[in-house]
Ligand binder design. Sequence first.
Ligand SMILES: [Ca+2]
Ligand SMILES: [Ca+2]
Length: 272
Amino acid sequence: MKKIITLFISLLILSCSSSDDSSEVNNRINNNGNSNATFSIDLTSNRTAVVDEIISVDITGNENIMTLEASLDDFQTTIFNQTNSSSFGASSTLYFNFDELGNKTISIKAINNSGEEIIKTITVTILRGDAVKITSIEVVSFSNIHNTWDPEFLNTDVNRLADVFLLLRKPKVNIIDSSSFPLRDWFRSETKENQGDLIWDVSSHNLYINPNFSLRYSMADVDDGGMSQDIMLGPPFEREVTFVEHITTQPTTITLSIPNIDLEVVFTVEWN
Ligand SMILES: [Ca+2]
Ligand SMILES: [Ca+2]
């Protein structure tokens, strides 16, 4: 009897979830062209852009839009979700920029006043343009290099040396304000235990940047328990790396040098 009840409950759960799934699918089918759907939107944007260029996606509805959502992976994850109690009006614009080459699909979901939702997508091809590619990063020196950053070890023990990783942050356009570029984490390196060789080959990481943009560089020593210790003696906890002054000479290396904290970092770059 117990088995039968369990089976019955399982069947019930199965049938519930499958009907939910199919209604969701129907909903999306309705919203994507079935003549019963009344709410619709159109997306317009440039179909190509260069690395870091702002892409404006204009969203035009046939009625007021209450909620807007955006995704870059078909809504497996959502990068923007905003409900405007007084509605966005019938049209709105969202802003994007990318630094990976190739096709990027932007999905936009809009919900109207009565809860009808519609998803539309637009694909933009990202070209390199004048972007610089960072291919390698070498830390030549930092404060107290070759000495103790982990004082729990004797000063003859190699484990006293810093376990180093570096972090790059880069400006990215604010999705609702094309004049604002908050810094975002861009690349975090693997940790080189006890300094390692202090060279990171990043050529496979697609680190393209518009040379008019600048980076923020920071590095730290990883301690036990996931804590990390700033090895740039901050504040400031990060330093700016600029490219704009190198646009005409296009050197193959760009050096970040901050003598008062013994910091020297060499970025190997490719120009287009
Ligand atoms: Ca330490
Ligand atoms: Ca160590």
